[in-house]
Structures are given as structure tokens and as C-alpha cells.
Design a protein around this ligand. Structure first.
Ligand SMILES: C[S@@+](CC[C@H](N)C(=O)[O-])C[C@H]1O[C@@H](n2cnc3c(N)ncnc32)[C@H](O)[C@@H]1O
Length: 253
């Protein structure tokens, strides 16, 4: 008599394991649309611990830096490490400009720009009310009247149409949960010929000791900005570790 197979469940287990392996090795197969209105994102099961598992144009979106990191943004060593004053000088600001600092955090950049806008203002945009509270506090503390905090949503920077000369994003864009929608909002808010200045740690350089998802290559940034109609104008190579990339909203045809 033939002995009864002991492990008759094995083929089923194997099949299930094989299916699981396939799904894990082909994350795009389990992609889901991020929202009903958009299919530009995909959600993957396997992803970096520094990211949210949501991918946009091949890039994983980083986790948002919480307001408890406010002191880190204001660290005294930042001037030497990032040289933000070079960014301010390179922006060619005019006194009457309206500058939107998107992902303003504690207003580190907003408060460096505001003194140059003697007839203009900074719109300091962030999704975290706690960050805007810090900006309000610093406004009062230092008698500053031209930094206006604006509470954004995850999909909308809440800026008036065609009102902004320059939108600045410093170390922020890579963590926008809905970059396509936010950039479309920024595009609408820019005046024709208005500029976007994007500052991100250089993704091409593996020796820059910043987490991978907190860096961006020029190629990736150009692809993402182009997707909303912005035109790349120049990349200024004057910062020790970051790209300063400048894009433009074309003049109306
Ligand atoms: C790493 S901090 C940088 C802050 C500031 N730009 C600086 O250089 O000090 C990034 C900021 O972007 C904000 N942020 C994330 N997603 C955002 C979004 N969709 N719209 C506006 N701000 C956002 C976060 O709340 C956080 O304050």
C-alpha cells in the first residue's frame, strides 16, 4: 500500500507563498490610486522607513518633519552648513515682491527675506498650525508686519490666484504628501512670469549625509515641475550641499 502523503497541504502553502513573493517583488501590482481624483500616485507595500510608502513619478515621498523639530530648523550651525544667506542673495528680490515661502516651518527663510521686501510681503505657508504659531510669536516679538502666516491643507497652499512673484521651497517639497496638487496650486498662485525657487539636498551625491528621501536629483525635480507646466530656467551651484533650482511660469500666450 502506498503511504499517505504527510504534507498534503504543502502545495497550497507553496502557492500562497509564491503569490506573496510575487506581490512583494512587484509592488506596483498592488498599487492603489491615492485619491479618486488622481492616479499619479501609487502606494507600495515595501518602502523606506523614512517614507510614507506613496510614490510620485518614481520617487517615494518622505515623512513630514513634525513641529517638535522646530529647534532643529533654527540650529545655529545651519548658516555654516547650508549658507541660507546665499539663497536670499540669489533670489534677486525686488522691494515690492510677494514671496510665498511654502513649507515655511518656523519661518527661518521667511524672516531672512522679509526685511528686503520693504513694499512687499512674505506669505509663510505651512500645514502645521504649531509652526504658524511660532511665526506669529516671532512676528510679535520682533515687530514684523510683512510676514503673513497661511494655513495650507495637504492638497492646497491656499494662495490667491496670480498674486505671487516668487514661490520658495527650502527642504520642504520632498515631504509634500500631494506634490502634484500642491504644485498646481502654486502654479495658479504665481503671476505670469513668476518663479519657483526649489532648494533640495543634492540627490546625485551619495557623500551628502542626508537621508535619501530628503534629497532630490535635478532630473527628478525638473520632471516633477514640468508636469505642472513650469519651465526650468537655471540651477545655481552656489550652495555647499543643496541645489537651488529656478523654474518659471510662462507668460500667458
Ligand atoms: C523640513 S521643514 C523646512 C522648513 C523651512 N522651509 C526651513 O527651511 O526651515 C518642512 C516643512 O514643510 C511643511 N509641509 C509639509 N507638507 C506641506 C504641504 N503640503 N504644504 C505646506 N507645507 C508643508 C512641514 O509642516 C514643515 O514645516
Amino acid at each position: 500500500m502506498k503511504p499517505k502523503p504527510k504534507y498534503h497541504f504543502l502545495p497550497f502553502t507553496l502557492i500562497i507563498l509564491l503569490i506573496l513573493c510575487y506581490l512583494l517583488l512587484h509592488p506596483s501590482r498592488v498599487a492603489i490610486a491615492a485619491s479618486a481624483s488622481s492616479t499619479v500616485y501609487e502606494q507600495r507595500l515595501i518602502h523606506s522607513p523614512d517614507g510614507i510608502g506613496k510614490f510620485y513619478m518614481g520617487r517615494e515621498i518622505a515623512k513630514v518633519m513634525g513641529h517638535t523639530g522646530a529647534l532643529w530648523l533654527e540650529r545655529p550651525s545651519r548658516e555654516a552648513e547650508e549658507q541660507p544667506s546665499k539663497v536670499v542673495n540669489a533670489l534677486n528680490l525686488k522691494p515690492n515682491y510677494v514671496v510665498a515661502d511654502i513649507g515655511a516651518g518656523t519661518g527661518y527663510m521667511s524672516f531672512r527675506i522679509a526685511p528686503l521686501l520693504t513694499k512687499g510681503k512674505v506669505l509663510a505657508v505651512d500645514i502645521q498650525p504649531e509652526m504658524l504659531d511660532i511665526i506669529e510669536f516671532l512676528n510679535k516679538e520682533n515687530n514684523i508686519t510683512n510676514v503673513e502666516p497661511i494655513l495650507a491643507t495637504l492638497t492646497n497652499p491656499n494662495l490667491p490666484s496670480e498674486s505671487v512673484n516668487l514661490a520658495l521651497m527650502v527642504d520642504a517639497y520632498h515631504e509634500f504628501e500631494n506634490p502634484r496638487e500642491v504644485m498646481q496650486g502654486i502654479f495658479r498662485a504665481l503671476k505670469p512670469g513668476g518663479k519657483v525657487a526649489l532648494v533640495e539636498y543634492r540627490g546625485e551625491n551619495p557623500f551628502i549625509m542626508i537621508k535619501r528621501l530628503h534629497k532630490m536629483s535635478q532630473r527628478q525635480a525638473q520632471k516633477e515641475m514640468q508636469a505642472v507646466g513650469l519651465v526650468w530656467r537655471e540651477t545655481k551651484n552656489l550652495l555647499p550641499q543643496q541645489h537651488l533650482m529656478v523654474f518659471e511660469k510662462p507668460q500667458a500666450q
